[in-house]
Design a protein around this ligand. Sequence first.
Ligand SMILES: *[C@@H]1O[C@H](CO)[C@@H](O)[C@H](O)[C@H]1NC(C)=O
Ligand SMILES: *[C@@H]1O[C@H](CO)[C@@H](O)[C@H](O)[C@H]1NC(C)=O
Ligand SMILES: *[C@@H]1O[C@H](CO)[C@@H](O)[C@H](O)[C@H]1NC(C)=O
Length: 316
Amino acid sequence: MKTASAISLLSLAGSAFAATYPLTSNIVGPGFYDAFDFQAIEDPTEGRVNYVNRATAQAQNLTYASRDTFILRTDSKTVLRPDGPGRNSVRIRTKKVYKTHVAVFDVRHIPQGCGTWPAIWETNEAVWPNGGETDILEGVNDQGPNSVSLHTGPGCVMPATRLQTGTSLQLNCDANANDNSGCGVKLNTDLSYGPQFNAAGGGWYATERTPNFIKVWFWSRNDPTVPADVKKGGAATVNTDKWGTPSAFFPNTSCNFKKHFNEHNIIINLTLCGDWAGNEYVYPSTCPLTCVDHVNSNPAAFKDAYFDIAAVRIYS
Ligand SMILES: *[C@@H]1O[C@H](CO)[C@@H](O)[C@H](O)[C@H]1NC(C)=O
Ligand SMILES: *[C@@H]1O[C@H](CO)[C@@H](O)[C@H](O)[C@H]1NC(C)=O
Ligand SMILES: *[C@@H]1O[C@H](CO)[C@@H](O)[C@H](O)[C@H]1NC(C)=O
């Protein structure tokens, strides 16, 4: 009796501790400039964009920070020469790297419009795909709902049945399999992406990564089930045990997370066209012209191609 109750008390304490994380980074407004580097690199996905540095982004107002807002967008003023560089846009990456952590993204608006391919994700670019990748929010051409996905080296597979509200797609996370589609989970609500996400005032994406699993939750702005410690913003601690069933759950049943996932940066990028948004089968199903012609000739079509992020909060 005595031993049994001591053990159950210990395991209770253990699980409560494991799911409670203290706030370590509260990135809000101008804080984005301290926490993130601007990556003026060639787009690895062949997009019709020209990623600019911080000075150019600020000079052209492609990023803008106020007390509680960070805007990141693509240019919506310039008609492009077909043989010149792509549309100016922005890709930012955290200076810090994370292993076990919770990240909460309070997002009011994501880029929308034909040709847009926004993403909020985590990876280690130097050793991709062997250090793993978690795509928290990603989509193209306003086609929702969002799919949350992992990409890894060989030997990481997800079980078909899991405790999640979303629907499993491919189960093999290996980036070398299935044309790098990864092991995705399609969320169960159209409010999770595109114009529908924006019309609802956005919402919160959150991820919890431990050595044993990765979970991602989504709550739309007016979802009555959004946990108090998420909604409050800047809470000193969060307790993921109280967050309910995740939208997407990636357990360690057939994936050794310690091996397949190493230290990750958080990346926020907005590309246009490229391998996915501009794909010759994907783009024409909902959008006009060719993707590249649309980007070149219709700057005003990109005025809603912006992120408005209230905060990125890291608990670790
Ligand atoms: C943008 O993010 C996605 C992650 O979902 C990634 O696959 C893609 O390579 C990124 N593109 C650029 C240009 O950074
Ligand atoms: C820059 O963008 C912000 C946010 O969209 C806007 O409020 C501000 O007026 C813009 N500044 C200029 C100089 O255009
Ligand atoms: C898998 O995760 C569970 C908890 O979710 C943990 O108890 C177990 O030790 C993990 N297995 C391995 C092989 O890491």
